[in-house]
Design a protein around this ligand. Sequence first.
Ligand SMILES: [Zn+2]
Length: 339
Amino acid sequence: MAKSIEELAAAIRVADEFWNHYTNGDKTTARFHLFRAIIELVNGSAAFEAQQLDECYVTSSELADKVAFLANAKPATYNSGRLNQEYKLLLERLDALQPSLEQAAKKLGLDVIPVIHKEANAGGQGKQSIYRLLATKVNTSELNIKSSAEEQSASSDPNKISYYIESLPKLPVWTRWLQNINMTKHRWKMVLFTMSPIVLIIICAIIFQLSSFKLIEPQILTYLTVFTMWYVGLFLLCFRYLIDALNNNITTLPEMMLPLNLRSAVLQYELNEPGSDNGRIKQLTIKVFAAKCPICGYRVDIKSVGLPFRTRLIGVCNNNPIEHRYTFDFTTQQGTKLS
Ligand SMILES: [Zn+2]
């Protein structure tokens, strides 16, 4: 995959760029120690310096030592079985993070991203397998990211913040149905479901009007009232975000709908271009927006903090959630510091 030592060097630069901006909570897990270990070992190897592409690999014992060092663990912690397990987890995670890696490549003006590959060693090193760092070509021309010069000027201003979209981790079962609902197909179902409490209240009111003509038994009216109250209450408790999303095109999902390692995600109605034949709303999606705090460098998550911002979504720093707050415009992915 890496055709030349230059491509491999580019992949290492992309990996470093990605790493410096990666702020997710799983950054300190063993799978990412494995990621760092391979990058650092290959980058510092004699084969890499001597431009011997075929020799740029890491044996599992070298890797195990380095991972244990990065994880502050005993050297024996990572036997080849454990290493293989972490390797598989890392591959899954890097697959999901491909958009972030492509963004890092684009930012540096490069067209490769790093890939890690394990092979059985044919050479005479006993039963050890070897891990290679490879580079794979990507098409970064379509990515809409500012040039590094613009990015620099933005990041040097502590009052301005740029958000980026992070790939979604695996969502809980009760959240997955909301992922990418095609609104051309399911428009009426979604609108009717979102509006169902109001529809039910209107039906109730009509039936109460009819009851003045003595057409309906009082007991049925009691059942109906109790049912309506339960339904509306439950709906507001469980699906309130659907109403907010329909009103504002974007809202945050309640924490119980997110996986444990994720602090915030938004539910967004993506719109068609103005004047499109397919109606206004294209689809309902879940996205994770995040940023690096320009003041302290910690991760900024999108939150709905309530008063005094009411339904407004803002960026809140994990390090100083009171003072480091930023506006959040999902259309431009930019924001400024709130005073
Ligand atoms: Zn901060």
